[in-house]
Design a protein around this ligand. Structure first.
Ligand code: PHE
Ligand code: FE
Length: 287
């Protein structure tokens, strides 16, 4: 989500934004978007949560290839006041939080190479726009992301960024939601990945635990493969409600508590799936 201490590349503005440069995308790059889009759009009904699917429709991200931010932004601004801005890649934490706190979502401008459809190290425009932006059309999630940006600045000041980053990871990137129709995905890291969209919901390997704020903030995460634990929220409103409290007290408690091993199940956990962890124990693969 952010680059710790990188220098601002030349040709970026003071807030690290650049022009999207939509006219400069090649036909091959547009085709990469279409390939990825069609694969996920076919997979996600019945797997992604309704707000995501609705957002995908509302923004009409299909069309003829990589979407133009100026067009998306008209609809997004109308729905929730959010906007997408282009950045060259990961941006420093304070810059990232400042964008979110002002309802700007920084999105990578580049698209992955055709031989990297399934794995990439740095978020590209498909992850950022297909994965993240549909949820920003939901008013509750839109408020959550803004509050997260504000909370990020405070966490930086208090030296608790590691705890807050785990909240982002296990909600915004890899969150699951319980709905009357069944378990659904809302995390951008899952919906933008073909394999993890299946794994996160169906594989017997990972633990699936009820969301608990302090618990999540004590749980490390892995960035190199499928998650070993997913946290399940009852609703977006419940997530927002849980995070509207002042985190000052929570951070003070966390300072005195050890991290939990990633696969550990606590007596207080609400266990939806006790995972076998068979996938994680197998040969290393990259998600
Ligand atoms: N309420 C948090 C704080 O006091 C901010 C926050 C809100 C963080 C929503 C994440 C999500 O710092
Ligand atoms: Fe992301």
């Amino acid at each position: 989500m952010s680059a710790a201490e990188a220098a601002r590349p030349p040709n970026t503005r003071a807030d690290w934004t650049i022009d999207q440069g939509w006219d400069a995308y090649s036909q091959a790059e547009h085709r990469t978007w279409i390939t990825l889009y069609e694969r996920q759009a076919a997979l996600l009904p019945g797997r992604a949560c309704e707000p995501f699917l609705r957002g995908l429709d509302a923004l009409d991200l299909h069309r003829a290839g990589i979407p133009e931010f100026a067009r998306i932004n008209e609809e997004l601004a109308r729905l929730t006041g959010w906007r997408v801005v282009a950045v060259p890649g990961l941006v420093p934490d304070d810059v990232f939080f400042d964008h979110l706190a002002n309802r700007r979502f920084p999105a990578g401008q580049f698209i992955r190479a055709p031989d990297q459809l399934d794995y990439l190290q740095e978020p590209d425009i498909f992850h950022d726009v297909f994965g993240h932006v549909p949820m920003l059309t939901d008013p509750v999630f839109a408020d959550y992301m803004q509050a997260y940006g504000e909370g990020g600045r405070r966490a930086l000041g208090l030296g608790r960024l590691q705890n807050l980053a785990r909240l982002y990871w296990y909600t915004v990137e890899f969150g699951l939601m319980q709905t009357p129709a069944g378990l659904r995905i809302y995390g951008a890291g899952i919906v933008s990945s073909h394999a993890e969209s299946i794994f996160a919901l169906q594989d017997p390997s990972p633990n699936r635990l009820g969301f608990d704020l302090q618990r999540v903030m004590r749980t490390p995460y892995r960035i190199d493969d499928f998650q070993q634990v997913y946290f399940v929220i009852p609703s977006l409103q419940a997530l927002l409600d849980a995070t509207l409290q002042d985190f000052g007290r929570l951070y003070a408690q966390l300072a005195a508590l050890p991290d939990l091993p990633i696969t550990q199940i606590e007596p207080t956990d609400q266990v939806l799936t006790r995972g076998t962890q068979a996938y994680a124990a197998g040969p290393t693969r990259t998600a």
